[in-house]
Write a protein of this length. Sequence first.
Length: 604
Amino acid sequence: MTSVPHSKNERTGWGPFLRLVRDTKPNKWLIGFALLLSVFNTLAGLVIPLLTKELVDGFSMSQLSPLQIVGIAGAFLVQAAAGGLAAYLLGRAGQAVVASIRERLWRKLLALPVSYFDDNRSGETVSRMTNDTTVVRTLISDHLINSATGLIAIVGSVALMLALDWRMTIVLLAAVPITMLVMMPLGRKMHQISKGLQNETARFSGMLNQVVSEIRLVKLSGAESSEFENGREGIGGLYRFGLRETRVAATIGPLMGVVMMAMLVTIVGYGGARVSNGDLSAGDLVAFILYLVQIVMPVGQITQFFAQLQKARGATERIVETLQEREEDFDRGREPADADLAKPIRLDRVSFAYQPDAPVLKGVDIEIAPGRVTAIVGPSGSGKTTLFALLERFYSPTDGVVRLGDEPLEAFSLHGWRSRIGYVSQESPVVDGTIRHNIAYGLDRPVSEEELREAARMAYADQFIDELERGYDTEVGERGVRLSGGQRQRIGIARALLRNPAILMLDEATSSLDSNSEKNVQLALDGLMKDRTTVVIAHRLSTVLRADRIVFLERGVVTGVGRHEELLASHALYREFAERQLGLEPAAPEAPTRELESVARKER
C-alpha cells in the first residue's frame, strides 16, 4: 500500500519516536528478561548499603562474621553478572530495532517514485539512512540501557531511603522539581539544535556526494576553489551547530554536578546533626551516603539519555517524513500478457508538468504501433525524455491517459510492465561491480554462462571483454569509470538483449560508438528490434530513415507525424531540423534517393 502523509502534529513530539520503535516489533521476551536481570542487578546494589549499615553499627573485628563478608561479596558478584548480561541483551535488542528501522527505510527508498529523488538531493537521502539512524541507534543501544537500569536504581534507593528516614529523604527530593525547571528548557533547546544539526549534516553530505561523484567535472572546470568555499561554508555551519550543542551540554553537566554536590552536603550536614542528637545511627548516615552515590550516577545517565532523546526526536522526524512519503505500488493491477503487448500504445491528450506553471508536454496524441519502430525527434527541451519517462511510468500524466490497447497503463502491474521494457540510454549507466553483474542486473532469474556470453556477443561487447585480464569478472568501478563510453553502451545493449523485452526504448544507443562498432551494434539492434515495439529518441539521420513512423515534438506539442519523406515534404521545421541537427544535406524534397545516398556516403 502507498503511505499517506500525516499532519505536522503527527510527525512531531514523542509519538513518532515511540511508534517507530514499536513498529519494528522488538523481541519482548528478550527485553523482558533483560529488564528482569536489571532488577536483580539493582536489588543486589541496593542490598550493599544495608549490609554496610549493619557492619558500621555493630563493627568490631570479633563480631565480623564470614557470613557478612560472603554476603557483601556475593552481592557484588550478582550485581556485576546480572548487570553485564542485561546490558548485552538490551544492547542486542537495541541493535535489532535499529537494523529493522534501516531495513524499513531502505525498502521505502527503493519503492519511492522518481519524483521524490527529483525533489531531494541524493546526499540528504543517504544521510537519513546513515546519520539519522545512527543517532537513534546510539539512543537505544547505549543511553536507553543505562537509563532503564538507572531508573530502577533510583526508585529502589529512594524507597529504602524513605524506610530508613523519611525526613532526610524529603529534604533531598526537594531538589528534584528545581532541577526539572532548569532542565526542561535546556531539553527543548537541545531538540531545536539537534534538528538543525541533522538538516545541516544532510545538506553537507549532499554537497560532498555531488562533488565527489563529479570530481572529473570539478577538475576540468577548475572549480576546486569555488567548491572549497562551498565546503568550508558547510563545515562552518556544522561547526556553529556543534558549538551550540556543546554550550547546552556544558550547561547541563555542571548544573547536575552542583545539584548532586548540594545534595551530598545536605546529607552530611543534616545527617551529622541527626546523628549527634541520637535521632540517626552512624550506619544509617553511611547507608544514606551510599544510596546517594547510587542515585548520582543514574541521574547523570538519565540526563544524558534525555539529551540524546532530544537529538533522536529531530532524527526521527526526518526518518518518519521519508517513511510516510507516497510510494510506488509494484503489484497493483494484472500482469501484461503477450496479447496485450501486441496492441498499440496510445497517448491520449497527454499533458505533463514538473512544476504547475511550466508544462512540458501539452495535449500529446500519439499512437505507437506494435512491432514497429517509432522515432521521436525534436529540438532540445521539446519533451522527448519526459515522454519516455511517462512510458516507463516514472511519472503519471498531469492530464490525459496513456493506454495499452484500450486499457490505461495503470491497469497493469508496475513490476510486470517495467519487466517487459528494455531501455538503452545515451549515458548507459552501470553500477559498481563486475561486468557479469551489470549485464544480468535486475533479472529475477538465474542467468547461465551461455546466455550471458551470447548477449555480450550479440552486442559486440565480447570483443573487449575477452581482452580484459579478468574477463566478465572485471570490476567496472563506480559509475563504470574503468570503461570507455562505448564499452558502457555495449554493456547496456547486452543487458537489454538479455531481458528479451517486448518493448524496446532506445535513446540513440549507438551515439558513443566508433563507426566500426556502430555498424556491428546496429546490426544487433536491428535484430533486437525485429517484430518488437520500439521507441527511439533519434539524434542521427540514419536512425530516422529506418523508422516506420516519426513523431516531431516542438515545445511539448506534436507538430508532425509521418515517415521521413512525408515530413521532409510537408513539415518545414522538420526539414530545417533534419538539415541542422540530423546532418541532412540540402536536397530536393522529391529526391529521397539522393538523400539516402548522401547519408550513406557520410557514414562510410
